[in-house]
Write a protein that binds this ligand. Structure first.
Ligand code: SF4
Length: 368
C-alpha cells in the first residue's frame, strides 16, 4: 500500500526518473495542480529503491506500480506490435503503462494523465505511427497531456475545460536537449538526471540473458526474469544455473530461491552461491547436480588452490546432501554455456518479429 493511497490528485503522471518526465510534472505542478508520479517496475525496468530520494530531490509525490506480471505475460505471448531493435516491446509497453495509469485515475480522483514524451524525439515516420497506436489502444486520447510538446498537439480535455492552461504548456520538439536543460535550471532541478537509455530489454548484454528462459520455459514468470538478471548465467541442455559474482548477487540469489530450486554452497571455503532452477519442474539427475557443483567450485579461488576434494552442500527445500568434487580438475565447463545474443533465436522465439511492425521498426527504446 502506498502512502498516497488515501490522497487526491488532479493528475497521475508516468515517471521514469528521466529529465523529461520530471519536467512534464513540474510544468503541471506549476499550475497549482496536484500530480502523482507513477514509477513502473518490472524485472526489466524501474528503480523503486530510489523513490524516496527522488521525492526529496524533485518535490514530486511518487508511487511504485508493479507491472511485472502483465508485462511478462505480454512479452511471453508475443507483443502485438513486435519488438524494437533488441527485445524491447516499446509500443505494447507504453500501451500497458498508459492503460494502467488510466485505470488508476479514479483511485486518486484524478482526471488526466501527464507524460514527458517529446514530439519528434525519434524520426517522425516511425514515431507518429507509434504514438497514434499507443493513444488509440490505451484509450487516453483526450486525457493524455504531453506537457513538453502539448502546444504542437491538439488540445486535450483538461485544456479545453480550463483545468490546464494550454499557454503554459511546452512547445518542445525534436531531439535536442537545450530547452530541457534550460527548464531544468529554471526549476532548479538538482541533480539533473543523465540521459538514460531504454530498459534492460534494449541492451544485447542484458537481453541475451532472457533468451534461454524464453526458449526452455513454457510460461516464464517475473521471478524467472528477475533471476536471469543476477550473476553468471549458465545453461546446460535446459538446466539453468546462476552463480553469484559477489556478496550482493549471493544475497539476491537467496532472496529469489524458490522451494523447487537447488542451492549450491561451498563448505569450508569462501565462494559464490549457486542456484539451479529446474525448468518445467523437471528434477535434476545426479550427474547434472555434480557438474553444477564442480562449476560452482571453480569460482572459489581458495577451493581451487586447496588441491583437495571439497564439499558442496546441495539444498532443495528441506533436503540437504553434501557432494564431494575436485574443483581443480574441472577446467572447462564444456556442457554449461553462457547465453549469447542471437538474432535468429529472437526470430524463432518471437515470430512476429520477422515482420517488425512499421511502428516499431528502428525503435531502440524510448523511456520518457
Ligand atoms: S525502453 Fe521503455 S518503453 Fe521500451 S520496453 Fe523498455 S521500458 Fe518500455
Amino acid at each position: 500500500m502506498s502512502k498516497y493511497s488515501q490522497k487526491k490528485f488532479d493528475a497521475v503522471a508516468l515517471f521514469s526518473g528521466g529529465l523529461d518526465s520530471i519536467l512534464a510534472i513540474k510544468i503541471i505542478q506549476d499550475q497549482g495542480l496536484r500530480v502523482l508520479g507513477l514509477h513502473f517496475v518490472s524485472p526489466f525496468f524501474g528503480q523503486p529503491g530510489k523513490l524516496d530520494q527522488w521525492e526529496k530531490s524533485y518535490g514530486i509525490p511518487l508511487m511504485a506500480v508493479d507491472v511485472s506480471a502483465p508485462f511478462a505475460k505480454m512479452l511471453c505471448k508475443g507483443p502485438g506490435y513486435g519488438l524494437g531493435k533488441i527485445l524491447n516491446p516499446c509500443v505494447d509497453c507504453k500501451i500497458l503503462m498508459l492503460s494502467r495509469a488510466k485505470k488508476m485515475l479514479k483511485d486518486f480522483g484524478a482526471s488526466f494523465i501527464v507524460s514527458g514524451e517529446v514530439l519528434g524525439q525519434r524520426p517522425m515516420s516511425q514515431r507518429k505511427d507509434a504514438l497514434n497506436i499507443i493513444m488509440r489502444d490505451s484509450e487516453v486520447n483526450n486525457i493524455l497531456v504531453r506537457a513538453l510538446s502539448a502546444r504542437h498537439l491538439p488540445p486535450t480535455d483538461p485544456e479545453k475545460k480550463g483545468l490546464v492552461n494550454r499557454e503554459k504548456l511546452g512547445a518542445i520538439s525534436g531531439r535536442g536537449r537545450k530547452e530541457q536543460l534550460e527548464m531544468a535550471r529554471n526549476y532548479n532541478i538538482k541533480p539533473v538526471p543523465t540521459p538514460a537509455g531504454g530498459c534492460l530489454l534494449t541492451e544485447k548484454e542484458s537481453a541475451k540473458r532472457y533468451l534461454p528462459v524464453f526458449k526452455h520455459k513454457k510460461n516464464p514468470e517475473p521471478a524467472d526474469f528477475y533471476l536471469a538478471n543476477i550473476g553468471r548465467q549458465l545453461w546446460n541442455n535446459g538446466h539453468w544455473l546462476c552463480i553469484g559474482r559477489d556478496k550482493f548477487d549471493n544475497a539476491r540469489l537467496m532472496e529469489l530461491a524458490g522451494k523447487n530450486d537447488y542451492l549450491f554452497n561451498i563448505v569450508l571455503f569462501p565462494g559464490p552461491l549457486g542456484l539451479g532452477r529446474p525448468i518445467n519442474n523437471i528434477k535434476w539427475l545426479p550427474d547434472i547436480i555434480e557438474s553444477a557443483c564442480q562449476l560452482v567450485s571453480r569460482f572459489s579461488p581458495k577451493a581451487r588452490q586447496s588441491n583437495r576434494q571439497i564439499e558442496i552442500m546441495v539444498q532443495k527445500g528441506e533436503k540437504r546432501e553434501e557432494i564431494l568434487v575436485w574443483p581443480g580438475q574441472f577446467e572447462q565447463p564444456a556442457q554449461w554455456e553462457e547465453p549469447v545474443w542471437d538474432r535468429e533465436s529472437v526470430k524463432t522465439l518471437f515470430p512476429a518479429d520477422q515482420h517488425l511492425s512499421h511502428a516499431m521498426a528502428g525503435i531502440n527504446g524510448d523511456h520518457s
